[in-house]
Design a protein around this ligand. Structure first.
Ligand SMILES: NC(=O)c1ccc[n+]([C@@H]2O[C@H](COP(=O)([O-])OP(=O)(O)OC[C@H]3O[C@@H](n4cnc5c(N)ncnc54)[C@H](O)[C@@H]3O)[C@@H](O)[C@H]2O)c1
Ligand SMILES: N[C@@H](CCC=O)C(=O)O
Length: 515
């Protein structure tokens, strides 16, 4: 019997012992930088000449690791291994597969500070954000393990008197997992372990900016008893390895998390039936957001301002859930804006290895330039209240930026910037605020601050996002508590960390025996 699921508690770094533990692991992690990491195909370590170099975004010349890069030939080798392994892995007991996840969770929990330290260096995450990423990875292991135990015998259906009917879920086949860099541990682990525990085999292609953490997960899974060939680690170029595997006729399921641009491309390509392909590929595609916080008149403005500031600038706004738009009732607009600007000015932007860093760098040069280009657009479209600048002398640091008086349909209020930039627009009443909030192509998260019950209920019905929060910020969904995924151009709403998620990785089979 397993204990009931509860989410992994966050670490309190004001406690001396915790702070010292992470400091010690950071020192160790820094000594281990710059190592070589091979591919893993069928358990075999393969080193290639071509490398993906993972850099610390806070110290742009510091190499986190050199990771061997797969090409099409190695991707094909991995596909064959995954396809062969699937033939027996699909018949393994769900309990055994769940146990691998439970053991993996225990291993990561015991070495929690080590993983968190790694995320600080490879992802540029401040301590609190890195700790939350590690905790979420553990949560996915614990939650999906338990969900599999619930689904293992299928779902009850009716039988007539002379028949015995059953409805079971069976795995799909080889799953291509393509993960993003921003939740480099949690999302990468969650999207890899869901297919594993449901009896599929996996080709894991992590984001090229953060591949080392995926190698570390592979080591954990091996220690937890995962047989060779079940998950194969094949970092490589999205365009080369990604396209090859998306197009491959033996690919059965593609689980992608990332940008709208790449997600829609994969969706289109996956719809093409290639020679030798015996199925229609299934896709789980979770993409970006343009997430709005609506603030009503008569609401708690201090709470709203603090929540907006954290939702916009936690991990430098590099969350698909980040608040990048605020729509405020005209009666409270000025006071709210003034308070958010005040709080933003207090934010400490520095190297995330420092305990007290609130905001670290953005992930790389491309992101740095893109965000500062958007800042220039913002200056034309609205009023720059704070920020709009960066410092790339040591790492990719962008200052938290607030724009005011934007039209709700301006570029800054419509396009995903994926950086520490938030825009403000005014609404004449609550109805108009919801109308403006819905006016984006996306539909991932949103939040409403109101003390008006009728308005809260209106938002519940009309604010069209996958994760809607009341009187709190719009980031920080917890596995098992806030199933996560969005509408419209935010993706397929597969709801990671929710009760339906594993079902997307399986197909329902009905058997009916005449008695
Ligand atoms: N909805 C969610 O749950 C969620 C969660 C995290 C991040 N995101 C989104 O992810 C984006 C940021 O992540 P990113 O910059 O890593 O996204 P990205 O789309 O650039 O990359 C995601 C992954 O796709 C791969 N890729 C690139 N080109 C490819 C191709 N042609 N074929 C196959 N794979 C390819 C990349 O190598 C990477 O592994 C943001 O838009 C963010 O909102 C969404
Ligand atoms: N699940 C995370 C966001 C994941 C995307 O980046 C949150 O709720 O903040």
């Amino acid at each position: 019997m397993v204990t009931p699921y509860k989410h992994e508690p966050f670490t309190d770094y004001t406690v001396d012992e915790n702070r010292k533990a992470l400091e010690a692991e950071l020192k160790k992690a820094e000594k281990n930088l710059g190592k070589d990491y091979p591919l893993i195909i069928g358990g075999e370590r393969i080193t290639t000449d071509e490398k993906i170099i993972s850099y610390n975004p806070a110290k742009k010349d510091q190499v986190v690791g050199y990771v061997s890069k797969a090409n099409k030939e190695l991707a094909e080798k991995a596909m064959q291994v995954a396809d062969e392994t699937f033939q027996w892995w699909r018949k393994t007991k769900p309990e055994m597969r769940a146990d691998i996840l439970f053991r993996a969770a225990a291993i990561v929990r015991r070495r929690k500070h080590e993983f968190t330290a790694h995320l600080v260096l490879e992802g540029g995450k401040p301590w609190k954000e890195a700790d939350a990423d590690t905790a979420e990875a553990i949560d996915f292991m614990e939650y999906y393990g338990r969900q599999m135990l619930k689904l293992k015998d299928g779902v009850e259906i009716n039988s007539r008197e002379i028949e015995n009917n059953r409805y079971n879920y069976i795995p799909l086949g080889v799953t291509v997992v393509i993960s993003p860099w921003n939740f480099l541990f949690a999302i990468m682990a969650g999207t890899t372990l869901a297919p594993l525990v449901t009896g599929n085999t996996v080709l894991l292609k992590p984001a090229s900016t953060t591949p080392v953490i995926s190698y570390k997960l592979m080591e954990v899974l091996e220690e937890a008893g995962m047989p060779a060939g079940v998950v194969n680690f094949i970092p490589g170029s999205g365009a080369e390895v990604g396209d090859y595997l998306v197009d491959h006729p033996r690919t059965r399921l593609i689980s992608f998390t990332g940008s709208r641009e790449v997600g829609t491309r994969i969706f289109e390509r996956a719809g093409i039936v290639h020679e030798g392909q015996k199925w229609l590929k299934r896709t789980i595609i979770e993409m970006g957001g343009k997430d709005t916080i609506v603030v009503d008149k008569g609401s708690d403005l201090e709470l709203a301002a603090e929540s907006i500031t954290y939702s916009a600038f936690g991990f430098s706004g590099q969350k698909c859930s980040a608040c990048s738009r605020v729509i405020a009732h005209e009666d409270v607009y000025d006071d709210l804006l003034a308070r958010v600007v005040e709080l933003t000015k207090e934010i400490n932007v520095s190297d995330p290895t420092n305990h007290d860093t609130y905001m670290g760098p953005v992930i790389d040069e491309k992101a740095y330039n893109k965000i500062l280009d958007y800042a220039e657009t913002g200056k034309k479209e609205g009023k720059l209240m704070v920020g709009g600048t960066g410092d790339n002398s040591k790492g990719w640091f962008v200052n938290p930026t607030v724009f005011a008086d934007l039209e709700h349909d301006s570029t800054i209020m419509q396009e995903e910037i994926f950086g520490p930039v938030v825009g403000f627009s005014k609404a004449k009443d609550f109805d108009q605020a919801i109308e403006f909030a819905n006016n984006t192509d996306y539909g991932l998260t949103g939040a409403v601050f109101t003390n008006n019950r009728a308005n809260l209920e209106k938002a519940r019905e009309d604010f069209h996002v996958g994760n809607l929060y009341f009187n709190r910020g719009c980031t920080a969904a917890i596995v098992g508590y806030h199933p996560f995924g969005g509408f419209n151009m935010s993706g397929t709403d597969s709801k990671a960390g929710g009760p339906d998620y594993l079902v997307h990785h399986m197909q329902g089979k009905t058997t009916s025996e005449m008695l």
